[in-house]
Design a protein around this ligand. Sequence first.
Ligand code: SF4
Length: 235
Amino acid sequence: MVKRVEIDLVPDDVWRCLGPAGGARDQLADDIEWAIAEAATLAEPAAVTRALSIKAIGRGVVEFDGGLSVSGRMLPHLMEGAEGAVFLVATAGDAVGSRVSELFAGDRPVEAIVLDAAGSAIAMNVQSKAVTEIADERKGAGFLVGPCLVPGNEYWDLEGQRTIFDVLPAGEIGVRLLDSLQMDPQKSQSAMVPFGAKLQILDDPTSSPCSRCKATRCPMRLEPYEAVWNTDDLS
Ligand code: SF4
């Protein structure tokens, strides 16, 4: 399903992509407001989604109907109990990136950097809205929903992009996968959201088992481990 998405950026969205500004925050306030307005004019926010049912979950691999699969040591754990997953690609379009290149070429690096951050913020915003919509729709249908899983992380390497682009007609929103496994336009995001009536690892941290799990180095930990102390042991 292809959707055009309405986006409302606020300065904090752009700051999250720019990183800590320290004393420059006030000095850049006007540039941030300009970048938000410019990005809103240029961007073509859109998302494409598709749900697939799971056929089997094995060691290091999750197989979907249609012969597609995703591989990663942690994915079977993160998708334990899943009946399916919704794949998505979200984008801000390519016009923001083109304008950023023009600004760099015109020796206007500050505006280029701030507009680049605004473009990233739009792509993240589109992804976030798409994920919220997917979660609401699946929960409305009686499923539990897992955390948004993104290729290029410790739990799922970048090769996962190939499956996402095999599943989705991302060309319909103008996004293609490069040989480097990066997306073009660069201001794009991809992900997979598991769902199932008996899903174990959930998007709501307070309902997931992480607080009782001792895997301290887990890259998907959703909340801190809460060791249960027996005060008798301390005496
Ligand atoms: S912290 Fe434990 S329960 Fe939570 S995702 Fe990691 S391995 Fe699973």
